[in-house]
Design a protein around this ligand. Structure first.
Ligand SMILES: CC(C)(COP(=O)(O)OP(=O)(O)OC[C@H]1O[C@@H](n2cnc3c(N)ncnc32)[C@H](O)[C@@H]1OP(=O)(O)O)[C@@H](O)C(=O)NCCC(=O)NCCS
Length: 137
């Protein structure tokens, strides 16, 4: 497995299969924009298969805080340590900051607790008509 912190050379065609269970998922092209425009990203790439099999993104002010909006490993690649490695590498990228925040469902809480993260309250707002992404500027 190759891990990388940039999206150079990654094409939309290498991003199939993510956003499992989303009613209105972003296209692969939109996913690529997200990866490029995030403050940081770590990608797990299966070179043999020519595809991205896991990714994590962070948006950050670069001074105190970062938020991790997305972490996903393709179903057929789960349970092989890829998610752990993506979080490990991303928290390493962000370890100069004060805050690293994630919102997640109950079932993923034990996964994040393994990295020393604590459960807290989160407040969210969702615009479902934009679930597949905003227009390209
Ligand atoms: C959560 C997710 C990223 C984990 O990725 P993964 O590659 O399967 O995880 P790993 O194989 O690195 O697991 C690392 C360890 O965490 C454990 N683990 C994985 N998912 C877990 C979960 N949901 N709850 C508790 N433990 C979990 C594994 O058993 C493993 O334990 P081990 O070290 O004792 O073997 C993956 O299941 C996924 O993409 N889920 C769907 C999207 C999602 O929920 N993303 C999080 C959004 S906030």
């Amino acid at each position: 497995m190759e891990y990388r912190t940039d999206a150079e050379g990654i094409t939309a065609g290498m991003l199939e299969g993510f956003f499992v269970g989303w009613p209105d998922p972003p296209s692969e092209k939109t996913h690529l924009r997200m990866l490029r425009d995030s403050s940081r990203r770590v990608l797990a790439v299966d070179r043999k298969a020519g595809r991205v099999v896991g990714f994590i993104t962070a948006v950050s002010d670069g001074v105190l805080s970062a938020y991790i909006p997305f972490l996903e490993v393709l179903p057929e690649y789960q349970g092989a340590g890829i998610g752990r490695e993506l979080v490990r590498r991303m928290t390493g990228e962000l370890n100069h900051l004060y805050m690293i925040d994630v919102c997640c469902d109950d079932d993923v809480v034990p996964f994040y607790e393994r990295f020393g993260m604590h459960r807290t309250n989160g407040m969210i707002l969702r615009n479902y008509s934009r679930q597949s992404g905003s227009e390209e500027k």
